[in-house]
Design a protein around this ligand. Structure first.
Ligand code: ZN
Length: 387
């Protein structure tokens, strides 16, 4: 997604091949379950033209049929908790920044997952104007489907009082909805929202050049030294543009390892029912992998469920991260309380394969959403990082 993506992607491909070699046969490195689909993210970064199936078009609203078939086949048969009452979910897919091709597949997953397990029924909207107190009153959970940028805001909010009033009302409706006892769940770019430069391009500031320039060195060379001051969080991912949301969702984007980056996912909280499907075993996957502005994400604020096993990343991959986190903490899913409500975030989900290549991942999402709905009891007490 960075401006220099094509160059960065080439370098990353080399880096990640190194990682696969380094981890193959390792005790914590089972055979990767992710199969890279043909032509992932076609059309991005000057790549080949989008295919005709719709999901990978420039304005995706309908998932590719093959992806839907594979996703439905991977869905869990039953939910871990019985809903206390019929639950309604609103899937919001409005974006102000990058538009992920996986958005319609994630929305379809939420519809079909609820239908198959009886855990909820889902409506899907791409219209931010649907976020009103009156409309939200009928729902139990809001699912942020790779929203990016200032996804609730009216354009010109900075200069037009009427637009600002609409923006303020939507933001208040969302916060009140969650804090009043409802749930919110976010996937992937829900954490790439509301950061950047105030008055600048929404959500995108701070990304250009992230990693790409640093990746110019030979992959085998020692990691390039970080040039930015780690105490200046605003320089890495931009400024928090809606601090209450940034804190509620648990952090905001500063850098990603481009797709396809293989990682080993560590199970941080093996006894948590939201992690039951993983059976305490780490696993490999492939996706675009976010890192968060170092002072926007902290285990003091969230209870981490899964994270990147950073020790198994190659020095090359570590080296291309801009503004490296000093704590080397790269969470991938977490839960937290927000007022009387609950939050579940799953950071993986850039590529369509995340929604069908590992049934345990879908069970994890199902359980996390049921936690956020209030139906699945799970410990959400933050566990600070051991120092
Ligand atoms: Zn992405």
């Amino acid at each position: 997604m960075a401006m220099k993506r094509s160059r960065g992607s080439l370098i990353v491909a080399v880096c990640t091949a190194t990682l696969l070699t380094a981890t193959s046969g390792g005790a914590q490195a089972p055979a990767p379950q992710a199969a890279a689909p043909a032509a992932p993210q076609a059309g991005r970064g000057g790549g080949p033209a989008p295919d005709a199936c719709g999901g990978r078009s420039n304005t995706p609203r309908e998932a590719c049929a093959n992806d839907v078939t594979r996703m439905i086949a991977a869905l869990p048969a039953t939910a871990p908790a019985k809903p206390a009452r019929p639950r309604k979910v609103l899937v919001l897919a409005s974006t102000s920044g990058f538009v992920h091709s996986s958005i319609p597949l994630a929305a379809k997953m939420m519809e079909e997952m609820g239908k198959k397990t009886g855990a909820w029924t889902a409506d899907v909207t791409y219209d931010r104007a649907q976020i009103t107190a009156e409309n939200l009153a009928q729902y139990d959970l809001l699912f942020l489907d790779s929203t990016t940028g200032t996804f609730l805001d009216e354009p010109n909010s900075a200069t037009d009082p009427a637009a600002k009033a609409k923006t303020d009302a939507r933001r208040k409706a969302l916060l009140d909805f969650v804090r009043g006892g409802k749930g919110i769940a976010g996937i992937h770019a829900a954490t790439d929202s509301y950061h950047g430069r105030a008055g600048g391009a929404p959500g995108g500031a701070g990304r250009a050049g992230g990693g790409a320039g640093r990746a110019g060195g030979a992959p085998a060379a020692p990691p390039a030294p970080c040039t930015s001051n780690q105490t200046q969080g605003a320089a890495a991912g931009g400024d928090p543009l809606w601090p209450e949301f940034n804190k509620m969702i648990g952090g905001y984007f500063k850098f990603h390892w481009n797709y396809p980056t293989p990682i080993t996912v560590k199970i941080d909280d093996p006894s948590n029912p939201i992690n039951a499907a993983f059976k305490g075993k780490s696993f490999n996957t492939i996706d675009e992998v976010y890192t968060f502005a170092w002072d926007s994400f902290s285990r003091d604020n969230v209870r981490v469920l899964t994270s990147v096993d950073y020790n198994l990343m190659s020095d090359c991959d570590k080296g291309i991260e801009s503004n490296r986190r000093p704590d080397q903490d790269y969470a991938l899913s977490w839960v937290k309380r927000e007022g009387q409500g609950r939050v579940f975030v799953n950071v993986l989900g850039h590529n369509e394969a995340i929604y069908y290549n590992n049934p345990a991942m879908l069970e994890h999402i199902l359980a996390g959403v049921q936690y956020a709905l209030g139906d699945l009891k799970a410990d959400d007490t933050p566990v600070p990082l051991k120092r």
